[in-house]
Design a protein around this ligand. Structure first.
Ligand SMILES: Cc1ncc(COP(=O)(O)O)c(C=O)c1O
Length: 406
């Protein structure tokens, strides 16, 4: 059966507006479309393909596990899930892991757990009131109704009827505002330790430390959503390690599976105890196929050689992007960390990030936007330096086509 981009419009729900090209094959940081045209991939499936496309060791483990055992449901546990959880526990603050299938589901679990933990530890002698959640404007936590409501972009949560209540959105990097709204009624503060979708916003380390202190003062749980920032992308396994602030709950997805769908929620023994049998679950969460691939991705990523490589590649990106900007003067700032970088457009090009992304695609470079003013790169952590150089060459050709038209 022959399908083309036109088929999408005929048979798919129109909640996405995909690019005109239809990719059919990928290898490392290169992708080919239906016409055989080759692209360099700085998008990484939106910060997912952490080791590029079809990494041989991931393909190997997928094939091995694929001919052994795919799925059982949580009526049984399985070896890959227990091994992956053991490795995540050994490498982080966490003592317990819950597996889901996506970032939104990991966050949904985190939010439900925070509410349940508050109920379990409440003094029920008076009126129980510890169910408020503080999160941040421009934050993004997924598309389930709870997570999209906690996310700070009303455009994504409006228009679906009554929203889950008790959520207050503060300004990111504004500690005074958090101080104003947090109270003993707050059960959790949820934040990305670097905002991704919201525009690649790096927090002030003192802000994050201040939020931790306020959570401690009011006995609220601190939830770090590391779905986008996690798994080596910022030059450490998780960004909280760079910041020196430990959360109570951490969520991970995207890069965790190296391209295979999986999500995880990490927490401590004391907090995990509130999810007793029957309180929460998922048919596919922690299935052996996903966990086997994620375990291999973890084994490859979790070492200093990969992390220092990420920092070196970031330096190369920054050097070349600054050179491009000195020739065309289109960015006000290059921000972000490691292999999660944002090129913020200057005054002259406000609102036009999508134009730059489309111009890049025309020149055979895949990249992303983060809001309307930032072009985002989230490539593989092991992208070869030659692909960075060639990709940015193509990016510059796209920029030239815009600048020349002005
Ligand atoms: C920080 C963050 N949290 C959660 C999500 C949702 O993840 P998923 O699309 O896997 O549900 C995303 C996706 O972009 C994200 O960037």
């Amino acid at each position: 059966m022959q399908v083309s981009r036109e088929t999408f419009n005929q048979v798919m729900v129109p909640n996405y507006a995909p690019a005109e090209v239809v990719p059919v094959k990928g290898l490392g940081s290169r992708v080919w479309d239906q016409n055989g045209d080759e692209y360099i991939d700085f998008a990484g499936g939106i910060a997912v393909n952490v080791l590029g496309h079809c990494h041989p060791e991931l393909v190997q483990v997928l094939n091995d596990q694929g001919s052994k055992l795919w799925h059982l449901s949580n009526v049984f546990t399985n070896e890959p899930a227990m091994r992956l959880a053991s490795k995540l526990v050994a490498a982080t603050f966490a003592e317990k892991v819950y597996f889901a299938n996506s970032g939104a589901e990991a966050n949904e679990a985190a939010l439900k757990l925070a509410r349940r933990y508050a109920i379990d530890h409440a003094d029920h002698s008076g009126t129980f009131e510890k169910d408020e959640i503080i999160s941040f404007k421009q934050g993004f936590h997924g598309r389930t109704f709870f997570t999209v409501t906690v996310g700070g972009q009303p455009a994504y949560s409006d228009g679906f009827g009554p929203k889950p209540g008790g959520v207050t959105h503060c300004e990111y990097n504004n500690l005074e505002m958090v101080e104003q709204y947090i109270s003993d009624k707050t059960c959790a503060v949820m934040m990305e330790p670097m905002q991704g979708e919201g525009g690649i916003i790096v927090p002030d380390p003192d802000f994050v430390k201040g939020v931790r202190a306020l959570c401690d003062k009011h006995n609220a749980l601190l939830i770090f959503d590391e779905v986008q920032s996690g798994m080596g992308r910022t030059g450490q396994l998780y960004e909280y390690m760079n910041l020196g602030v430990e959360p109570d709950i951490l969520t991970s997805a995207k890069s965790l599976g190296g391209g295979f769908p999986i999500g995880a929620m990490l927490t401590t023994n004391a907090i995990a105890n509130s999810l007793k049998p029957g309180t929460h679950g998922s048919t596919y969460g922690g299935n052996p196929l996903a966990c086997a691939v994620a375990e291999k991705a973890f084994d490859i990523i979790n070492n200093e050689e990969i992390f220092s490589g990420v920092r070196q590649k970031e330096a190369l990106f920054r050097t070349l992007l600054n050179e491009i900007n000195s020739r065309h003067n289109v960015f006000s700032e290059i921000r972000g960390k490691g292999m999660l970088l944002g090129c913020a457009l200057n005054e002259k090009y406000q609102g036009r990030a999508r134009d730059f992304m489309l111009a890049a695609t025309k020149n055979k470079l895949m990249c992303l936007v983060a809001g309307v003013n930032v072009v985002r790169f989230a490539p593989s952590l092991v992208i070869p330096d030659e692909d960075i150089t060639e990709g940015l060459h193509r990016f510059e050709a796209g920029i030239e086509s815009i600048v020349e038209r002005e």
